[in-house]
Design a protein around this ligand. Structure first.
Ligand SMILES: Nc1ncnc2c1ncn2[C@@H]1O[C@H](COP(=O)(O)OP(=O)(O)OP(=O)(O)O)[C@@H](O)[C@H]1O
Length: 306
């Protein structure tokens, strides 16, 4: 098994009498774009601030590449690049001068590495212009370039899509993908918008009131496992009884005049055959795909912003 780049174990932050972050436990493997998804105030920024040591943990453990943030803070941070508040940069210097300046904070960042990072983030055409003339999206790319100069294993971006237009969000997604592919880096992004996470992430952790509600793969969530069949039958009680011979009780639910069957459409011919053979009228039968939005609203009890 590959070593997790980030391990959270029972991470908790208590302020006053409230657990703002409550017992979070999960792992992030290498090369994954991982989302923290939750409504405003869910505890995303507080979690990130604990991971990068900006605030202390009340309880629990954070390990980055196996190194404890509590016990070996400096060493753990050599594996991390982060933009938690606005990226720090000098507006009256060029993008390149900014990178040279930040490269001095780390040992071993060569001119060649700076050029590599500039081209990875597609900044080569504008890198010698002053940062004050950059758009928000370009400033953010320069911020990411700065954050990965020292080849971290984990890049953390708090609410990176804030203020970006749809084209900017697409660019962000593309270069994060490139970073995971070319640098093998793992990325954490936080957001309160499911639609953005869906485009960007391999998996998301859903956080509500400081608690982990679920961790989901975006692929599974949009796959066929989430389809269902809606059946309208002349005698719903008899139909349900009959279907319980074909499906587990957990796959069957009654919703108004319909019976909901958690199965994909390949089951329809068999259902129809069985009902007709038992003389139960089939008034309607069709398959529906549960949208990602429906699934998340179900998980979060309707509180998620989509
Ligand atoms: N220093 C503090 N003292 C008291 N309460 C705090 C403190 N820091 C954060 N909180 C509270 O903790 C909760 C979680 O805040 P946090 O900023 O982590 O949420 P978030 O999920 O990042 O939300 P947002 O998307 O709004 O940034 C909020 O209710 C916030 O008011």
């Amino acid at each position: 098994m590959t070593e997790a780049v980030l391990e959270l174990r029972n991470l908790t932050k208590r302020i006053g009498r409230r657990n703002i972050v409550d017992n979070l436990t999960f792992d992030i493997p290498a090369g994954e774009v991982f989302g923290f998804l939750g409504p405003n105030g869910a505890g995303k920024t507080t979690t990130i601030r604990m991971i990068v040591g900006l605030i202390s943990m009340t309880k629990g453990e954070v390990r980055i590449k196996g190194v404890s943030v509590k016990d070996h803070f400096e060493l753990a941070m050599t594996h991390v690049g982060a933009i938690v508040e606005n990226p720090e940069m000098y507006k009256f210097l060029t993008g390149y001068q900014n990178l040279v300046h930040f490269a001095r904070r780390h040992s071993g960042v060569t001119k060649q590495r700076i050029d590599e990072v500039v081209s990875m983030l597609g900044l080569q055409n504008r890198i010698h212009e002053k940062v004050k003339r950059y758009s928000l999206g370009m400033r953010q790319r320069l911020g990411v370039a700065q954050a990965i100069l020292h080849r971290p294993s984990l890049l953390i971006l708090d609410e990176p899509t804030n203020g970006l237009d749809p084209a900017g969000i697409r660019e962000l997604r593309d270069y994060l993908r490139k970073l995971t592919r070319e640098e093998g880096i793992s990325v954490i992004v936080s957001s309160h918008l499911l639609s953005e996470m869906e485009l960007m992430c391999d998996r998301v952790a859903i956080i509500q009131s400081g608690k982990l509600v679920d961790v989901r793969s975006m692929q599974d969530a949009s796959g066929a496992a989430q389809s269902k069949i809606l059946l309208e039958a002349g005698d719903p009680a008899a139909a349900r009884q009959l279907l319980s011979q074909l499906f587990d009780a957990s796959q069957l639910a009654v919703s108004g005049p319909y019976i909901e069957i958690a199965a994909d459409k390949s089951a329809i011919p068999n259902i129809a055959r069985v009902l007709v053979a038992a003389d139960i009228e089939v008034l309607g039968i069709h398959s529906v795909q549960k949208s990602l939005e429906d699934q998340f609203l179900e998980i979060t009890g309707g509180e998620m912003v989509v």
